[in-house]
Design a protein around this ligand. Sequence first.
Ligand SMILES: [Zn+2]
Length: 53
Amino acid sequence: MSKPKCPICEKPASPEHLPFCSARCADLDLHRWLSGRYVVPGAATPTDDEGDD
Ligand SMILES: [Zn+2]
C-alpha cells in the first residue's frame, strides 16, 4: 500500500496526526467540516437533532 497523504495539503501523513500531516491540517479539516455542517449565519445553534422537522 502507498503511504497515506494529508487530504489538506497532500504532504505525507504523520503517524502522530493521521490521516493528516500535522495538527494544523487536522484543525483546518475540522473547521472545514464544521463550517460545512453548521451553515447558520447569524444565530449559531448547533444541535444534533435531525430529521424531526
Ligand atoms: Zn497537511
